[in-house]
Ligand binder design. Structure first.
Ligand code: IDP
Ligand code: MG
Length: 168
């Protein structure tokens, strides 16, 4: 058993439905550690990068609208990094299956997700599904200094006379 990091995003519907506390409580059952947390205003560019693996899917435009908050009048999401043993599978278990109608009813997606008339799965949270995906996503959503542990390699960069750490 190996320590891993994973990215969780409470999507705009989760914030709109006031589920933040509830979701954090559910995730605390895992005994994993939160090592990073941010409330993020998601722009189109971040949305497209985050879901780049789905860009050819028919639901992609709707998915970008969803994560940027255009479906909920709520352009905030909460991004968290969890760390510990089997973090990826433990969090995916609590999140539930991608399709909220097929998800275990006691999972977050099973309890609070729904399918929109457009066909999009509005499923409350995102959770990374592999170590490579977690690394790509964590580097996209967080700067090195926004995470408490040194997860991945970094380098010093200078911009406007200020030196700062960046992902290598
Ligand atoms: P995951 O979130 O369970 O990892 P992905 O395949 O990475 O699933 O898809 C990202 C998001 O796109 C899902 O969480 C869901 O909101 C949406 N989605 C995925 N597949 C479908 C689909 O077949 N129909 C509608 N929406 C989908
Ligand atoms: Mg995924």
């Amino acid at each position: 058993m190996k320590n891993e990091a994973t990215l969780v995003i409470i999507k705009p519907d989760g914030l709109k439905k006031s589920l933040t506390g509830n979701i954090l409580s559910r995730l605390s059952e895992t005994k994993l550690k939160i090592i990073g947390a941010r409330v993020v205003k998601v722009d189109e560019e971040l949305a497209r990068k985050h879901y780049s693996h789905l860009q050819d899917k028919p639901f992609f435009p709707e998915l970008v609208k969803y994560i940027t908050g255009q479906l909920h009048g709520e352009n905030r999401v909460m991004a968290l990094v969890y760390w510990g043993r089997e973090a990826i599978s433990k969090v995916r278990q609590i999140a539930g299956a991608t399709n909220p109608e097929e998800a275990d009813p006691v999972s977050v997606r099973g309890a609070y997700g729904r399918i929109l008339t457009s066909g999009l799965y509005e499923n409350v949270i995102h959770a990374s599904s592999s170590p490579d995906e977690a690394e790509r996503e964590i580097k996209l959503w967080f700067e090195p200094d926004e995470i408490v542990y040194d997860l991945y390699r970094t380098e010093e960069k200078e911009s406007g006379g200020i030196r700062k750490r960046a992902w290598k």
